[in-house]
Design a protein around this ligand. Structure first.
Ligand SMILES: [Zn+2]
Length: 348
């Protein structure tokens, strides 16, 4: 089971939680905010376990749960009567009844065996306004022993009156090198794949984990690079056929505005191109593989940088940027991609 030492790069948040554990001055309500995959629930559960532990210890300068007392054992098996997760019946909203039944009617009952009664509300942004108002009533007059931890990917979904009664703890992006190390040491991901997943995850450790184990992404990456290596010898219609094969969502209907192109797939495709040609710029400047993301494609990268000038590679990167801008301002996606790939071909 995880402890504070397993939370990476969230110094401000950890500092606050450590202060609470040292002084036993907990607030009644917290909001942990951050995108999906940033580890909000993971952090909340470590905090809750430590708050309830009856024998906290100092390890490497941090207050940690003991992991041995009856409270810790129950927390670790997700079976603690005083750590309650608020679930909801409808998948897309947390309604007033969910909050009334599982929280408001429950807070009046004292903790069964611990000092606190801790409620964790995942996907807090799904609370309806009525649900938030019901929650507000509890936040206005909280029983002394309760701590509510709301998790959310969107702070804007909350009433200002809720936010003003909570301590907001935002998650921060984790550094690439920390993610890479984590993937290699804890998940046995190979070096180049860890590098690549970390670069694409943009500080989101959950996304990095998913990418490193995701076959779809691995295929897309390999096919995209294969397309680039063959670009010189392909005609425009062959290029576009391959692009469609890569990006089309087979389940999309014919009339869909993006013509069946899978948006997530398209975004990853553009990122792969950007990172790939950025690698070429880095390699040309440094002649060193240490800073590359696509360390498994060094021979191709070096062959391109031998024959292409800085201007060529810069122009290719410009082409990719222009296409992204065109598509985000609703230019026909096919046309924008076609112009981009012809542009790339000219400079290779
Ligand atoms: Zn304990």
């Amino acid at each position: 089971m995880a402890d504070f030492s397993d939370i990476y790069d969230q110094e401000q948040m950890k500092e606050h939680m450590q202060y609470v554990l040292k002084t036993d001055k907990a607030s009644h309500a917290y909001i942990i905010s951050g995108e999906d995959g940033s580890g909000k629930e993971f952090i909340a559960r470590i905090f809750a376990k430590a708050l309830q532990c009856s024998d906290r210890q100092e390890k490497d300068g941090e207050i940690e749960a003991c992991d041995l007392c009856p409270s810790c054992i129950k927390a670790m098996s997700d079976n603690h009567p005083d750590i309650i997760t608020i679930t909801h019946d409808k998948p897309n909203s947390i309604g007033v009844d969910d909050i009334r039944l599982r929280l408001r009617d429950d807070v009046v009952i004292k903790p069964y065996e611990s000092k606190y009664k801790i409620y964790i509300i995942p996907e807090g942004e799904k609370m309806t306004i009525a649900a938030q108002n019901a929650l507000l009533k509890t936040l206005e007059e909280p029983p002394s022993y309760i701590i509510i931890i709301i998790l959310t990917n969107n702070l804007n979904a909350f009433l200002p009156t809720i936010i003003s009664r909570c301590i907001v703890l935002p998650t921060k992006p984790v550094r690439d090198e920390v993610i890479k190390k984590y993937l290699m040491e804890n998940c046995r991901v190979v070096d180049y794949k860890a590098e690549l997943s970390a670069a694409f995850a943009r500080g989101n450790i959950g996304k990095a984990l998913e990418l490193s184990s995701n076959e779809r992404f691995e295929n897309l990456k390999n096919e995209t690079i294969d397309l680039i290596t063959k670009l010189e010898n392909l005609e425009v219609h062959d290029i576009m056929d391959r692009v469609h094969g890569l990006l089309e969502n087979p389940e999309a209907d014919e009339k869909s505005t993006k013509k069946g192109i899978d948006i997530a797939q398209y975004e990853d495709f553009m990122d792969i191109l950007l990172f790939f040609f950025r690698d070429m710029l880095v390699f040309k400047a440094s002649d060193n593989v240490d800073h590359l993301i696509f360390t498994d494609k060094v021979s191709y990268i070096s062959s391109v940088t031998n024959k292409c000038s800085y201007d060529d590679i810069s122009s290719i990167l410009d082409n990719i940027d222009i296409a992204k801008n065109r598509i985000s301002s609703n230019v026909n996606i096919d046309l924008a991609l076609e112009l981009m790939l012809i542009g790339i071909k000219e400079h290779l």
